[in-house]
Ligand binder design. Structure first.
Ligand SMILES: Nc1ncnc2c1ncn2[C@@H]1O[C@H](COP(=O)(O)OP(=O)(O)OP(=O)(O)O)[C@@H](O)[C@H]1O
Ligand SMILES: [Mg+2]
Length: 291
């Protein structure tokens, strides 16, 4: 007899997609409703200059931003504007040419479990079963087996993947792999979660499910999130604050005070449409009736 746990019913999968995110709160509500686990990220006059074919190229130019503890911030901008470069500097994997990034006052000098990562390409080890992927970081940090299994199972349950704990990554769909990556990131209790176009390669419905999963976990664990996306609607659905970058610079930084949960129709309210039109202008895209 195999010991596979029961598969979720089709109705459960649908519920996950359509359930309203009733518990979501704005950053202010989250801040005011108890301790925030997230850390403050401060970037001060950050520059990154790459060398390309013997030429210097300024990929990030004099960026100064402060992301408050518990804030959900999206970074939007066209391809090549420096979003991933900013993100990679926040991970500590890439050093700024000039300027500094600090987390809760500590300069970022290299990777740390304080910072969780979910990137566009799958951040799941194909040679490890799902449960081993999720527990890997905890194991590396010496967390005892029983405790790490319990943490991993809690987060696998939160992303609705209990039934594939013993599966290999190759047996999972793209959306499920993303959920493994999310469970892995949250298992390490990061103070800052860095997500670089994590849902760019998944279909629309799966993307909505994954957005809900991340919002649920963010509201529950109150960490700081920096989320890169090309998609203005995705940013308006997720963020309390949206930073627009073009050509390596921050050209717009706005607060989205819309109530949560934000259903799909919330994107069509006059305020949201104004946000969208204004951001598209910053991105240099023509808008209907716009300038
Ligand atoms: N290692 C590197 N060496 C040289 N140039 C680089 C390097 N990494 C990135 N760049 C350049 O820096 C610029 C910004 O790249 P980055 O990856 O940050 O863009 P992005 O905004 O994330 O784009 P996308 O939306 O396509 O992912 C691009 O012009 C890119 O070619
Ligand atoms: Mg990128």
């Amino acid at each position: 007899m195999t010991s596979r746990a029961r598969q979720p019913q089709a109705s459960e999968e649908r519920n996950e997609m359509t359930a309203v995110t009733e518990n979501h709160k704005t950053t202010e509500q989250v801040e005011n409703s108890g301790p925030v686990h997230g850390a403050e990220l401060v970037a001060t006059n950050v520059n990154k200059v790459y060398s390309r074919a013997g030429q210097k190229f300024h990929a990030v130019e004099d960026v100064s931003v402060t992301i408050k503890p518990g804030e959900f911030v999206c970074i939007v901008g066209p391809s090549g504007c420096g979003k991933s470069t900013m993100m990679n500097m926040a991970t500590g994997l890439l050093e700024p040419t000039d300027g500094e990034l600090a987390l809760d006052g500590e300069p970022i000098r290299g990777p740390s479990p304080d910072r969780g990562l979910v990137f566009q390409k799958d951040s799941v080890f194909p040679w490890m079963k799902v449960i081993d992927n999720v527990t890997y970081g905890l194991k590396c940090r010496g967390v005892p087996k029983e405790e790490r299994m319990s943490i991993a199972r809690k987060f696998l349950a939160e992303v609705n993947l209990t039934h594939v704990e013993k599966s290999w990554p190759k047996e999972l769909s793209g959306g499920m792999l993303k959920r493994v990556a999310i469970a892995t990131a949250f298992s390490n209790a990061p103070k800052l979660l860095l997500m670089d176009e994590p849902f760019a390669s998944v279909d629309y419905v799966t993307r909505l499910q994954l957005q809900k999963t991340v919002l649920d976990l963010w509201a529950e664990h109150r960490l700081t999130v920096m989320f890169v996306t090309h998609d203005v609607d995705e940013a308006l659905t997720l963020a309390d604050r949206i930073i627009v970058m073009t050509n390596g610079r921050v050209v717009d930084d706005r607060r989205v005070a819309a109530e949560r949960p934000r259903r799909l129709e919330a994107l069509s309210t006059p305020t949201m449409l104004e946000h969208k039109a204004s951001m598209l202008q910053h991105l240099g895209l023509p808008t209907e009736g716009g300038a």
